[in-house]
Design a protein around this ligand. Structure first.
Ligand code: PHE
Length: 479
């Protein structure tokens, strides 16, 4: 009997040791496989929102809304956000978090040997083409910080402010200088690592941007003649809707939410398994859309009050807002702060763009993060300089567009929606409903919206994207 008990105790001890050993091994493995991940819930939302909120909301949205018809364009854009943007962002987060990899590695891991990985390659092309013109606009913004600090807007007529902008963008050296400085700053932040870099900067500065825009809104709607601008932004004129406008609205929905090119896959891979994906998507999309509309409310009343043409193109923000600052109490401070914050918003988006090729290079090749960042920055800066020069000294055109416009047009209106189309097919048809549901419920929530999501991502989103493309190519015509 005693002998028997001893034997039992020995076995239990051996088993206990075995478990302990296993546990130790697991910890060790986790450590070596662990990637950077965002420290807090606010971290990932702030970072994803930091990527989404940028020049797209404050520079691009107002000028294309001005060009393509105002309120009717705004409504089409909102529909695109709701039925395509929201589900595609969730799809990207699912892919990223499930795989825990960069845009290319994610597809390689989930479906090895299959061609889905093309989305990742398109994403790298997208990152390069977007950042090449994005950095130019960010550079303009830096020049405007300087202009605001040196009080250059005071006493200028709207015409003179327009000329000031044109002189800047057509200059062969000045905008290139700012653009390169912007790229260097972006690279330095990316080099400082995920958590410390992106999270820290986004968290404090985006709410500040929101406050400044609200203050600008109040000034803009109290300008004489502002009603016309509000009408332009909120009272739809459906006669202005063209297939091209729908096409541009769709492209912008992707652009503004940073979708269709792997940014949100890459960021999704840093999301903690405990975070609720659906809620994060809603928060990021809401914040992004809210800021765009607030930017519209700041700009259009002023456009009409100062007799500027709403379809003036990419200079719209730069020729409109500098007219407002001198006309408000504390205008000097607000002017300086506004351009600083716009610059920061551009920076957090640029970081997320650089992150796509860098995450790929450091995880899938033997180029490390540091070298990857330097390489990416050099390539983008080289293409970027061409974008900048194409605003003035270099007058070659492609498809009737300057090189700058070509990069913008191809990436936002073609690359991103096509990427988004493939992503929705991947989640809707290649992964099983069970896998998708499991990832959504990973954090222990019910994810009761999953069935609706699956329906939208299988049918509604891809069909809508396809129809917009066919329509704008003139293959299918409505109405
Ligand atoms: N969404 C960013 C903006 O609105 C731009 C961007 C596009 C960033 C695609 C990353 C990827 O400014």
């Amino acid at each position: 009997m005693i002998q028997y008990q001893c034997k039992k105790r020995n076995e239990a001890l051996i088993y206990k040791n075995h478990l302990r050993q296993k546990y130790k091994e697991r910890i060790k493995m986790d450590k070596s496989q662990r990637r950077d991940s965002f420290g807090s819930k606010l971290g990932i939302i702030a970072a994803a929102a930091g990527s989404a909120i940028g020049l797209g909301n404050i520079w691009r949205f107002p000028y294309i809304t001005g060009t393509y018809g105002g309120a009717s364009f705004l409504i089409i854009y909102l529909v695109c956000i709701a039925i395509i943007g929201l589900p595609v962002m969730l799809a990207e987060f699912i892919i990223g978090r499930k795989a825990g990899r960069n845009a290319i590695g994610a597809f390689r891991k989930l479906t090895p040997g299959e061609p889905w990985v093309v989305v990742g390659w398109m994403g790298i092309a997208g990152a390069i083409s977007i950042l090449s013109f994005y950095s130019v606009v960010a550079g303009w913004c830096m020049d405007y910080i300087y202009k605001a600090i040196t009080n250059s807007f005071v006493g200028q007529t709207p015409d003179q402010i327009g000329t000031m902008f044109n002189e800047l963008i057509t200059n062969p050296i000045r905008p290139v200088f700012w653009q390169l400085l912007f790229m260097i700053l972006t690279a330095l932040i990316v080099l400082s690592g995920i958590k410390e870099g992106i999270e820290k900067y986004s968290k404090i500065l985006m709410p500040l941007l929101l406050i400044i825009i609200i203050i600008l809104d109040i000034r803009a709607i109290t300008l004489e003649g502002s009603v016309e601008g509000l009408r332009f932004l909120f009272q739809p004129d459906w006669m202005k809707v063209t297939p091209k406008a729908v096409f541009i609205a769709l492209g912008h929905a992707f652009f503004t939410l940073s979708l269709g090119m792997g940014t949100m896959i890459t960021y999704g891979s840093y999301i903690n398994k405990k975070d609720n994906l659906g809620v994060s998507v809603l928060q990021v999309t809401f914040a992004d859309t809210f800021i765009a509309i607030l930017a519209g409310i700041a700009i259009f009343p002023a456009v009409f009050a100062f007799g500027i043409n709403p379809s003036d193109g990419p200079g719209l923000v730069f020729v409109t807002l500098p007219n407002i600052f001198p006309q408000m109490p504390g205008g000097y401070i607000f002017g300086v702060l506004f351009f600083i914050l716009l610059f920061v918003a551009a920076l957090t988006s640029a970081i997320s763009l650089v992150e796509v090729p860098v995450a790929y290079l450091s995880e899938e090749t033997n180029i490390d993060r540091k070298k990857g960042t330097i390489l990416t920055t050099i390539v983008i800066s080289a293409v970027g300089v061409l974008c900048s020069l194409s605003q003035g000294p270099w007058d070659a055109t492609f498809l009737g567009k300057s090189f700058f416009d070509l990069m913008d047009y191809l990436s936002a209106n073609w690359l991103l929606p096509i990427g988004g189309f493939i992503i929705s097919i991947f989640i809707g048809w290649r992964l099983s409903g069970k896998e998708v549901r499991k990832e959504i419920q990973e954090e222990g929530t019910k994810g009761s919206y999953t069935s609706v999501f699956l329906f939208v991502i299988r049918f509604l989103a891809p069909v809508a994207i396809a129809l917009v493309f066919l329509n704008s190519l003139g293959i299918l015509q409505f109405g």
